[in-house]
Design a protein around this ligand. Structure first.
Ligand code: 1GP
Length: 253
């Protein structure tokens, strides 16, 4: 079933390699959680974070955003609502196309390698139900057209980003996302720094069906509002959730 983005304006990105706040009640009011990071992420710490969140908030949708198939297992696929997989327009070839073809190659032919060694559930499922089971996994995967606009971020380093887009190029990437690639999500990523509304406004002009997410440096309600007013469907808040949970509460509209 497609994810219903109506009513989703605030997204929390939980880095499974970092400590979670002791009291997860701070998540009350966020509309969706993305579990993913750019350093030290494993299948096990991803699963731990997913399960902790789901135990406390069973109705909160959870997406896993892996940057490597080593973060994914039969358990994580079973647990999450969706997998969001970035295709980084201003990254290297590995991060726009190669990783994805490799991932789907393994989903189709060697599921046990995609999902890790202890993968009887998905392996058996595919062995017994063939293409239907592969289609079920594929249905959980959402492509994200991604532009990374902070060269100092770990996300830029791991994605091979060495130059930033001008706003008209961000707009072009947004247009391509909806009208050419057909990804359901376009993500303007300023990870670690607040980039302001300019890129969001440029992208929003071309997006109708595709959801527009902005993440990076949001620490106040005013910043959240500025990004939403510029045309984003939702803001994504990451660092602030881990570093300053009280302040994080203020980013929720
Ligand atoms: C990171 O876009 C998210 O992938 C959120 O950014 O950590 O700067 O809030 P921050």
């Amino acid at each position: 079933m497609p994810l219903d983005w109506n009513g989703i304006a605030h997204v929390t990105k939980v880095d499974p390699a970092e400590d979670l706040p002791g009291d997860l009640d701070v998540l009350a009011g966020t509309d969706l959680v993305i579990v993913g990071g750019s350093d030290g992420v494993t299948e096990q710490n991803s699963l731990d974070a997913i399960e902790r969140i789901q135990t406390r908030f069973p109705d909160l949708p959870v997406l896993q955003e892996p940057y490597s198939s080593s973060h994914v297992s039969s358990e994580t696929i079973e647990a999450v609502d969706y997998l969001a997989v970035p295709a980084v327009y201003n990254g290297d070839r590995e991060n726009f196309v190669a990783k994805h073809v490799d991932f789907f190659t393994q989903v189709g032919s060697k599921p046990e390698e995609v999902m890790g060694a202890g993968l009887p559930i998905v392996g058996d499922l595919i062995a017994s139900r063939g293409r239907e089971a592969i289609a079920e996994i594929s249905d959980k995967i959402l492509g994200e057209g991604y532009v990374i606009q902070n060269l100092d971020s770990k996300a830029a380093t791991v994605s091979g980003v060495d130059s930033l887009y001008e706003s008209d190029e961000v707009a072009g990437a947004a247009l391509a996302t909806e009208s050419f690639y057909g990804f359901p999500i376009f993500y303007v990523e300023y990870s670690g720094t607040y980039g302001g509304p300019e890129d969001v406004a440029a992208a929003a002009r071309y997006l109708d069906e595709t959801v527009l997410l902005y993440g990076g440096g949001i620490r106040t309600r005013e910043q959240t509002q500025e990004i939403l007013d510029a045309g984003a469907d939702a803001v994504v808040v990451g660092d602030c959730f881990h570093d300053d949970p009280e302040r994080y509460r203020q980013t929720i509209p």
